[in-house]
Design a protein around this ligand. Structure first.
Ligand code: NAD
Length: 533
């Protein structure tokens, strides 16, 4: 079966066809029933799915690269670097670590009596889950959560974005060929099909996309108390201080806006630049743009296009609405859905370009007089973006981090944090709920189930809990169970350095006792040795 996929070409696949609405309840029932067989739980089953998925993706590489080129005009290099290659590595990372992640964890820091009950945390799969993908990274945003669901032992239905129909076709083929058809399915479609899916009861819904639809998803999920992970957008700031390296900041931030023609949830939505460094920063932007695209972005195979006419029109209207000055770019072409990398200098934080997520190759720059103004402006524009990108000295970037909130941050760069498989990726506040990638993907679809086992022999010790409740029992409970505070009523730690000194470098009674015994033993040994000399 897998051999047949090695030469998979787009032309071999059926056209994009929405799943009939009447078929959706049966698809849901199938993955729910499969979950209740509990056969998706063993490590061997999960690994088998992940491994076959890995090879199916490898074999479908040419079709996947071609599909992203058709959907977004994305170069094969960019699709491989930022989607397929990354995703393949993520699968291998998950396969390598899954057994360890699945192991039960012992409860930390528990009393001797509690230890007898072996308190521990199991990692149980949540159940049958729904994954709704977005168009801008049509492979990674669908496969990433799917890998997490498989790793956690869940069954899943994936609904890729209809706005990237070619990628959706290849994904459907890969998943249907590689994965257990009872446990994993693809539903194709747009609003009607997603609405039909949301009408079913899931054990978790994982949604990637815009805030408006995210709100619809969260509202629908709340009706049945279904947990959600929401990976949403945000108005991400980059802050370039007067002490930043203007060349590095310009190159890195320009690149972050050119990837996928700016259709990246974690790229900066705007740049706050200290007025003192602004002329050098702008000059470096122009140099970098000419270096990246010597013949212009329009003629470069490295520059993507806008996903569809609706999004292109939205961006063109947004550009027309600004009160700022276009410094670089500004060219558009409806026929090819092209929008040039466009640098716009703004004069007000109220400019329309800062009121919404641009999600395109527009780089609004707002000069600021100093760092405190930059921080205050960023917090006013959007208090909880998906990411923040501070450029400056360690003291400045640390001040920015400690005075703002965001899902993640890359210091002196843009979205590097999103590429590290051991860092959870997600938003905060209204830029998202929950996180995934690597271990976090496993956690996202697992339930940490607390478990104890009470042995028969502790019955005498537990007798104190049974009625009749007496004053003697209460006294015993207080004596044996109550922990003692190491702070007074004003919230200050008791004793301070005096107790630290008395405790020979610590305040815990037990540890201090051990230290005193050790000192006594050493003193005795030294005395004996001296007596012998
Ligand atoms: P989109 O058009 O691909 O829509 C996302 C999904 O929502 C699709 O599967 C679509 O079918 C579904 N959908 C659309 N309308 C719906 C409705 N009325 N009811 C139910 N489902 C519906 O993508 P988009 O939303 O335009 O994506 C762009 C947004 O996604 C941006 O805001 C971007 O920041 C965000 N995004 C976030 C992340 C992240 O990881 N945080 C990643 C990529 C994109």
């Amino acid at each position: 079966m897998l051999l047949a996929m090695i030469h998979l070409a787009m032309a071999d696949l059926p056209p994009f066809t929405p799943t009939p609405l009447e078929a959706i309840p049966a698809v849901h029932a199938r993955v729910v029933a499969k979950f209740h067989t509990h056969t998706t739980r063993p490590l061997a089953y999960r690994l088998k799915q992940l491994r076959t998925l890995y090879w199916a993706l490898k074999d479908a590489e040419p079709a996947l690269l071609a599909a992203c080129a058709q959907d977004l005009g994305k170069s094969a290099y960019e699709t491989y670097l930022m989607e397929l290659g990354w995703q393949l590595n993520d699968i291998l990372f998950v396969c390598k670590n899954l057994q360890r992640w699945m192991k039960e964890e012992r409860a930390p820091d528990t009393s001797l009596l509690n230890l007898a009950m072996r308190p521990r945390i199991r990692k149980d799969p949540l159940g049958a889950v729904l994954i709704i993908g977005a168009y801008n990274f049509p492979l990674m945003l669908s496969l990433g959560p799917l890998v997490g669901a498989i790793a956690a032992g869940c069954t899943a239905v994936l609904k890729p974005s209809e706005s990237a129909p070619h990628a959706a076709r290849v994904l459907q083929h890969v998943i249907e060929q590689a994965l257990d058809p009872e446990g994993y399915a693809v539903v194709q479609g747009a609003v009607a099909e997603t609405t039909a899916l949301l009408a079913r009861k899931w054990d978790k819904i994982f949604y990637t996309g815009g805030v408006a639809v995210g709100t619809i998803v969260a509202r629908k999920a709340a009706e049945t108390l279904t947990p959600v992970a929401l990976e949403l957008g945000g108005r991400n700031p980059a802050i370039v201080t007067r002490n930043a390296d203007p060349r590095l900041a310009a190159r890195r931030l320009l690149w972050a806006k050119l990837v996928n023609a700016g259709q990246v949830c974690v790229s900066q939505n705007y740049i706050l630049v200290d007025a003192e460094i602004l002329p050098r920063f702008l000059a470096e932007l122009a140099i970098a743009l000419a270096e990246f695209f010597p013949d212009g972005a329009r003629h470069s195979a490295s520059y993507a296009r806008i996903i569809n006419l609706r999004q292109w029109q939205r961006l063109v209207a947004l550009l027309a609405s600004t009160d700022g000055t276009i410094l670089l770019g500004g060219e558009t072409d409806e026929q090819t859905l092209f929008i040039a990398p466009t640098v716009i200098q703004l004069s007000s934080p109220l400019d329309p370009l800062l009121q919404q997520e641009t999600f395109g190759p527009l780089l609004p720059i707002l000069p600021v007089p100093d760092l405190p103004t930059a921080i205050a402006t960023a917090n006013t524009i959007h208090a909880t973006p998906l990411a923040i990108y501070p450029f400056g000295t360690p003291a400045e970037t640390s001040l920015i981090l400690s005075s703002t909130r965001s899902g993640g941050a890359s210091i002196n760069d843009a979205f590097f944090h999103a590429s590290i498989p051991t860092l959870p990726f997600g938003g905060v506040g209204d830029s998202g709920t929950g996180a995934y990638r690597g271990r976090a993907s496993f956690d996202c679809f697992s339930h940490r189930r607390s478990v104890t086992t009470t042995p028969a022999w502790v019955e005498r010790l537990l007798a104190v809990r049974y009625p009749p409740y007496t004053a003697a029992k209460l006294a015993q409970v207080k004596r044996t169970m109550d922990a003692r505070p190491d702070f007074d009523r004003a919230g200050n730690v008791r004793g301070g350095w005096v107790w630290w000194f008395v405790g020979l470098g610590g305040r815990g009674k037990g540890a201090a006792g051990v230290r005193w015994v050790l000192v006594a033993v050493i003193a005795v040994v030294v005395r004996i040795m001296r007596a012998r000399m």
